[in-house]
Structures are given as structure tokens and as C-alpha cells.
Design a binder for this molecule. Structure first.
Ligand SMILES: Cc1ncc(COP(=O)(O)O)c(C=O)c1O
Length: 413
């Protein structure tokens, strides 16, 4: 396997206490069948109004906690919610690997949404009160929230925001990384939130190849499944680069294209060494059995087909909104309608200049009078006077256009 960064030494950037970690072990790692009285679970079964739950159907002969042949059959946590879930989640990982074309589940860490991947990366690589992360605003807010929680400083090199380009200023990023060895993670968001743009692959590659930086590049691909060609094929993810780049971590999620924000399931893809460290650091049972079952269903053939259908409908609707919005009064440029399930819409004054006050007022009126909730992003760099609008279903978008027209027509000039 080709290593694109032989100079990168993982153990030099992992916090020493994490490097020395012995992962939590339980008796179930060694013994999975028999009468299980090892984990202080409740053998009487789940206390639910419907003990099986809506989606878990235990085999007819099974009594909670006691399998038909206790000496042989491993207790299956999928049908025994009173049991702790599988800490390794091989089935979900295998399905993700097949879907993403990745070589092995050993490259994966599953987390409680991408937010857990972001947090665990900071906890693994950044010493509280000492190390730093680099972000490129405007970007997703949780990088700095997680950094602050972990007492990690945030350094910023803004994107080039001219005319809604929202691309990296690579020379400045490299200069900043080279000048400060305490920066341990560079967070890139591609497609970006709130920008909706993919970052140029050549720029990401230049940073990954830069030997003046010995830290991690984390590419957040929460919206990557919306970056598809006309046939619905995704050619944009850099996840497969993790095989070659030991300094790359890619995070993805089931919250967006898969429509499963409620189950909290995200994945980080990296070298097997980084994945092993993340898996040793996480809480042992972070992925619940209901989450695991639903994730497996989403990653089944039927689930994937449905996801692709929803993505295609979203993209059609995005195009419709992109062409309809500029016809509304006081709408200026529409940014970021390229690679995600939202767009950024600029609100302008009578002379066509961005009008942040009007944008905020439109946001409030939309929510309070018209009951359409969008996000005001006007205080983000390069997003002055912008509303971020998630693409809804056709009827939602129809209503949005109608109600937005009312609100914008009523704005004082
Ligand atoms: C760029 C980006 N990354 C990560 C997340 C969080 O994803 P998850 O629901 O998987 O925690 C979001 C959610 O809005 C996001 O916009």
C-alpha cells in the first residue's frame, strides 16, 4: 500500500494518555453464550409498553434473557434490548464499507453522529490548554464548540469568500500550519456548511501533501451524498484517500442524505491506526441497538435506493428554488446551490446592496408570522444578509416561495 506521507508519525501527535489507553474490556468480549449474569443487565427484559418495541421482533420461542439453548446460542442483543449492544458494530461497518468502496471495517469508527467524531478527534490529538485547531470560516460551528469544551484554542484562516467562491486560501493555510506546531487538527468542511460548496480536491491534496505540517487534516463530508452526478453517482468523496494518507480523517453521517438525524449515527474513516485509537477512546456502547438496526436498514439495498431517490428529488427541488428565488423582491445572489441540501440567499436593499438588517427582519417574520423557519447566517464571514434555506419537499418549497414573497414585499425599502 502506498503511503503518501512517510514522514507523518502518528504517535507524535496522539496525546500520551490516549496512546497508553487499554480499551475497556468486559466478560462478553470473551463469552457470548450461556446464562449471562456478568454485566448487571436486567434479565427480566425491557420495561416497555410493547416489550418488543416497534421494530424488534424476538423469535417466538425466546423468553427475554434466556435463549432456547443457553449453552450454545450466543445471546443476540438485536432481539434482547435488555442486553448491552455490540461494542464493535461489525455489521453496520461492513455495510458502510461496501457502500463507500472502502477496503475494511478496520478503517472505521462509528459515533453518535459526526459530532462525536469531531469531539473524539479533538480529545485524541489536542492537549487541553496547550494545543490548537485550525478552522476556515465560514464553517460548521461545532468545531469551535468542541474545541472550547476541551480547552483547545481555535486559529482561523478564512475561506476566500469573494463572489461566493468559498474556497480555501491554501497558501495562507500552509503558512499558518507551518508557523505553529501546536496546531494538531485542520478542520475542512466539504461540502461546506453554510457555503454548500465542495472544496477543490487539488487544494485538499496540496495540504495533505505538505510536509511542513505534521498534524491531522479532518474533512467533514456530512453533505457528501448530495454531491452526485446526473446518474446519482458520488465521485466527490475523499474517503478512499485515507488508504494512502495516514494524516487524513474523513467524517460522514446518516443524518443528512439518509434522513436519519434522529438515530445519531456518524462514521469516521481513517487509517486503521487512527480508527483503532478512536475505538479505544469511545464509550464502549456508544451505538445503541435501535440505532444499529436502523443504520443496517438504511444501508440495505432498499434503504440505499430510497436514499438515492430522496437525494435526486432534493436536487431537483434545489434547482427549482435556485431559479425561482431571484424572481422574488429583495432577493440578491443565491449562493451554495451546488453540492448540499441547502442554499444561501442574499437579501438586498432597494439599490441591490446586501442588507443584513432586512435579512434578519425577514428571518424573524418568516418564523413568527409565516411559520417558516430558516436560518439567519448574516453574521458569518462572507454571508452578510444571507438566509440559509434547507431544501424541503415540493409542497414545502412552494409554501416557502409564496410566504417569502409576502414577507419580502412588506419589507421597508
Ligand atoms: C458540516 C456538518 N458536520 C456535521 C454535522 C453534524 O452531523 P451529525 O448529525 O452527524 O452529528 C452537521 C449538522 O448540521 C454539519 O452541518
Amino acid at each position: 500500500m502506498h503511503n503518501a506521507r512517510p514522514d507523518f508519525v502518528l504517535r507524535d501527535i496522539v496525546r500520551p494518555n490516549i496512546l497508553a489507553l487499554q480499551p475497556y474490556r468486559c466478560a462478553r468480549d470473551d463469552y457470548k453464550s450461556g446464562i449471562l449474569l456478568d454485566a448487571n443487565e436486567n434479565s427480566y427484559g425491557p420495561a416497555l409498553s410493547d416489550p418488543a418495541g416497534d421494530f424488534v421482533t424476538p423469535p417466538a420461542a425466546s423468553t427475554p434473557g434466556v435463549d432456547p439453548n443457553p449453552d450454545e446460542a450466543p445471546v443476540n442483543p438485536d432481539v434482547h434490548l435488555e442486553r448491552y449492544p455490540d461494542p464493535h458494530q461489525h455489521e453496520v461497518k461492513s455495510r458502510l464499507c461496501a457502500f463507500r468502496g472502502l477496503p475494511s471495517p478496520d478503517h472505521l469508527f462509528l459515533g453518535v453522529g459526526s459530532d462525536e467524531s469531531i469531539d473524539i478527534a479533538i480529545r485524541v490529538f489536542c492537549r487541553p490548554g496547550v494545543d490548537k485547531i485550525l478552522i476556515c470560516p465560514p464553517t460548521y460551528g461545532m468545531y469551535s464548540v468542541s474545541a472550547q469544551i476541551n480547552d483547545v484554542q481555535v486559529v482561523r484562516v478564512p475561506l476566500d469568500v469573494a463572489d461566493g467562491r468559498f474556497q480555501l486560501q491554501v497558501d495562507q493555510v500552509l503558512e499558518t500550519l507551518a508557523a505553529d506546531p501546536l496546531i494538531k487538527i485542520l478542520f475542512l468542511c466539504s461540502p461546506g456548511n453554510p457555503t454548500g460548496n465542495l472544496l477543490a480536491h487539488a487544494d485538499v491534496k496540496r495540504i495533505l501533501d505538505f510536509t511542513g505540517y505534521k498534524g491531522i487534516v479532518l474533512v467533514d463530508e456530512a453533505y457528501i451524498d448530495f454531491s452526485v452526478d446526473a446518474e446519482g453517482v458520488n465521485l466527490q468523496s475523499v474517503a478512499s484517500w485515507t488508504v494512502e494518507y495516514p494524516n487524513l480523517v474523513v467524517t460522514q453521517t446518516l443524518s443528512k442524505a439518509f434522513g436519519l438525524a434522529g438515530i445519531r449515527c456518524g462514521v469516521s474513516i481513517s487509517s486503521t491506526d487512527i480508527a483503532r485509537i478512536f475505538n479505544s477512546t469511545k464509550a464502549p456502547y456508544n451505538i445503541s441497538t435501535p440505532t444499529s438496526l436502523l443504520a443496517r436498514s438504511a444501508l440495505s439495498e432498499v434503504g440505499l435506493d430510497r436514499m438515492r431517490m430522496h437525494v435526486m428529488s432534493t436536487l431537483l427541488e434545489r434547482e427549482r428554488l435556485r431559479s425561482a428565488l431571484p424572481a422574488l423582491p429583495r432577493v440578491g445572489r443565491v449562493f451554495g446551490g451546488n453540492h448540499a441540501n441547502f442554499i444561501l440567499v442574499e437579501i438586498v436593499d432597494g439599490q441591490g446592496a446586501p442588507d443584513n438588517k432586512a435579512a434578519f427582519s425577514a428571518y424573524k417574520q418568516l418564523a413568527e408570522v409565516e411559520h417558516v423557519v430558516v436560518r439567519f447566517r448574516g453574521n458569518e464571514l462572507g454571508c452578510t444578509a444571507c438566509l440559509r434555506i434547507t431544501i424541503g419537499m415540493p409542497e414545502h418549497n412552494e409554501q416557502l416561495l409564496e410566504r417569502m414573497r409576502r414577507v419580502l414585499s412588506s419589507l421597508a425599502a
